[in-house]
Unconditional design. Structure first.
Length: 364
C-alpha cells in the first residue's frame, strides 16, 4: 500500500501541535472518549486528538474520502493509541489503521496499546502495554505523556510545561484517568467452545518471505523458494489434531513448519511427496490468486491412525505490512477395501468421463 503525504489544505496551526490518533471499535467509544478528553484536558489543549467517533474531536470531514482523511491524520500522528478490549472481536479495521500509521515510509509514530487484559493483539506481541486496570501502568503512561520532552517524535517539548515526573499534579491526573477508565463497563470475554473437525495449522510468512516468493523467477524456482520459505515459517495457530498427525502432543509457540516436516520425514521419507502440492497452494495465495486445489495425500505420524489426509489451504490473510497467514486444513480421506485407493463420491447425474466408480487419487 502506497502512502502519500498529507493534503496541502491541512490547518497549519493545528499541524504544529502533536496529534494523537485513537483507534477503537465502535462498542468501545465510551472508553475512547475518556482517553481523548484526558489527553486534551491534562495537556491544556496543547495536543490535537483525532477520534472519528467523537463529533467534538478532529474527525473525518463531511464529503471527504475517509481513506484519504485517515492517511492525512495517520501521517501526522505522533502517537497512536489502540483501545483493545475483547480479543474475540473483529479488529480488522483497527489493524488497518495501525498498519497505515506504522508503515516505514511515514513519519515516526509511537504506538500505545490500552488493553483491558494482560495481553494485546498478537500482531504487536512484545510491545509495552498500558493495562487499563493497572494503576501503575496508567501512572507510567501519564508521566511519559506529560513530562517527557521526547515523548512525541519531532516535537521535542513537554506538552505540560512545569510538570515533573510523579509530582502531585501528574499523580492526580493519572488517578483520575485510572478511575474514569475503570468506571466504564467492558463486556466480559465471550466463552468460546470449539473442537477440531479436521486437523488444522496456521503458518505465517513475513514480509521478507513474501518478497522472496514474489520476486522475478521461473515458476519452478518460485515453487522451490516457496517450499524453503514454508519450512522457515512460524506456526501461529493450531489445534490438537494438527499436532497429533505430526506426532506431537502440542505445538510449541515458536515452532516452525519445517520442524513438523522433519518429524514426518524421520518416520516416512526425506522428501514429502505432498509438500509441493501444499506449497503450490501457498505460492498462489502469496500472489493473491486462488489456490489450486490438489489432493496429494499424506499419512499421519500416529501409527494408530490409518486415515489419509489432504492438506488444503482454506484461508489467506494479508496485512498492510505484507505479512501473510495461511490456514491449512488436513482433510481426511477413506480407503477402499484393498487399501490402494481412496474413495471420492461423484454426483450420480454427472459421472466423470469414462468412469463408473468413484475416481481414485494418488497417495503420497
Amino acid at each position: 500500500m502506497t502512502t502519500t503525504a498529507p493534503s496541502p489544505d491541512l490547518d497549519e496551526t493545528a499541524s504544529r501541535r502533536p496529534l494523537v490518533f485513537i483507534s477503537h471499535r465502535h462498542e468501545d467509544k465510551a472508553l475512547a472518549d475518556v482517553i481523548g478528553k484526558f489527553l486534551k484536558r491534562s495537556s491544556g489543549g496543547r495536543v490535537e486528538v483525532y477520534q472519528s467517533s467523537d463529533a467534538k474531536s478532529v474527525g473525518p470531514r463531511a464529503g471527504g474520502y475517509l481513506s484519504d482523511q485517515l492517511k492525512d491524520a495517520l501521517w501526522r500522528a505522533g502517537l497512536l493509541i489502540l483501545v483493545y478490549t475483547r480479543p474475540q472481536a473483529d479488529w480488522s479495521w483497527c489493524m488497518y489503521e495501525c498498519g497505515l500509521a506504522l508503515q516505514p515510509d511515514t513519519p515516526d509514530t509511537i504506538l500505545k496499546v490500552f488493553t483491558c487484559d494482560d495481553a494485546g493483539p498478537p500482531q504487536f506481541e512484545g510491545r509495552v502495554l498500558v493495562k487499563i486496570k493497572d494503576r501503575a501502568d496508567v501512572l507510567r503512561f501519564t508521566n511519559d505523556f506529560l513530562t517527557d520532552s521526547e515523548f512525541f517524535p519531532n516535537f521535542h517539548e513537554k506538552v505540560a510545561p512545569g510538570f515533573n515526573p510523579n509530582d502531585a499534579s501528574v499523580v492526580d491526573a493519572a488517578d483520575q484517568l485510572f478511575e474514569q477508565m475503570c468506571a466504564i463497563p467492558v463486556p466480559d470475554p465471550e466463552k468460546i467452545e470449539d473442537w477440531p473437525a479436521y486437523p488444522f495449522l496456521q503458518i505465517e510468512l513475513t514480509a521478507a518471505d513474501v518478497a522472496r516468493v514474489t520476486s522475478d523467477m521461473t515458476q519452478a524456482e518460485r515453487l522451490e523458494t516457496t517450499i524453503a520459505v514454508m519450512r522457515e515459517a512460524r506456526i501461529t495457530d493450531s489445534d490438537s489434531e494438527g499436532a497429533r498427525i505430526f506426532g506431537r502432543r502440542e505445538i510449541e509457540p515458536d515452532a516452525t513448519f519445517g520442524s513438523l516436516i522433519k518429524g514426518w520425514c524421520d518416520t516416512f521419507a526425506p522428501d514429502p511427496p505432498w509438500e509441493p502440492a501444499l506449497a503450490q497452494q501457498v505460492m498462489r495465495g502469496v500472489q493473491w490468486a486462488w489456490p489450486d486445489l490438489r489432493w496429494d495425500l499424506m499419512r499421519g505420524v500416529d501409527s494408530r491412525d490409518a486415515t489419509l489426509y489432504g492438506p488444503v489451504v482454506t484461508r489467506v490473510r494479508r496485512w498492510p505490512s505484507k505479512r501473510m497467514q495461511f490456514d491449512v486444513c488436513f482433510c481426511p480421506f477413506g480407503l477402499i477395501d484393498d487399501g490402494s485407493h481412496v474413495r471420492i463420491g461423484v454426483p450420480q447425474d454427472a459421472p466423470a468421463p469414462g468412469e463408473t466408480n468413484a475416481p481414485a487419487r494418488r497417495v503420497g
